[in-house]
Design a protein around this ligand. Sequence first.
Ligand SMILES: Cc1cc2nc3c(=O)[nH]c(=O)nc-3n(C[C@H](O)[C@H](O)[C@H](O)COP(=O)(O)O)c2cc1C
Length: 188
Amino acid sequence: MLKKETVNVNLSSCSRLLHPMHTVLVSCAGKTAKPNIITLAWAMPTSIDPPLVAVSIRPERHSYALIEETEEFVVNIPTIDILKETLFCGRKSGSKHDKFKKTGLTPLPARKVKPPIIKECVAHLECRLHRKFKTGDHTIFIGEVTEAYADKEAFSEGEYNLRKAKMIFHVGGNEFATLRIRKFKPKL
Ligand SMILES: Cc1cc2nc3c(=O)[nH]c(=O)nc-3n(C[C@H](O)[C@H](O)[C@H](O)COP(=O)(O)O)c2cc1C
C-alpha cells in the first residue's frame, strides 16, 4: 500500500486549507449608524438565477448588526493597491472607528441600496438580503445581487483584466497573495 507523508492540521484552523481565499470588502450601513466596511475572506457566489452571493460573518462584528438592520450590503472587490486599507478594515471595528475616514477610502452612492460602494475597488455587487442562516459560530448572509458593475479597464467581455485588477487573496494571519499572471486553458 502506497502512503504519503502528511502533516496534521488542527481542526480549529482547518479552514486555512481552503486558503488563499479571494478577499472582499463589504460595505454596510445601519439605519442611523455611519456606513462601515468589513474585510471578508469567506465569500462566494451560490446561484446564477437568481444571482446570489453568500458572505459568512461572525455575530460579534459591528457589520453584522448593520446588515441585519437594513438587510442590504455591497460586496466590493479590492486590489493590491489598497492592501493596507483592506487589512485595517479587517482588524479594526466600526464600533470604534470610522473606517472610511481612517483609511481614506471613498464612499460613493450605490445605485439601488443604502450602503455606499467603495470607489477604490474595481467591482461592486449591490445586494439585498435574500436569506440568512447560522452555521456554527458564523452566519451566512445570502444576498440577491440587484446591480453589478466593474471599472471599465478592469473587466471586459465577461472577465477580469488581471493585469489591471490585481485582486487580493488571504493566505492567513496578516499575509496576502496576489496572482502572478499565467493563464491556462486546458483542452478536453
Ligand atoms: C483577511 C481577513 C479576512 C477576514 N474574513 C472574515 C470573514 O470571512 N468573516 C468574518 O466574520 N470576519 C472576517 N474577518 C475579520 C473582520 O474583518 C474583523 O473582525 C473586522 O474588524 C470586523 O469589523 P466590524 O466590527 O467593523 O464589522 C477577516 C479579517 C481579515 C483581516
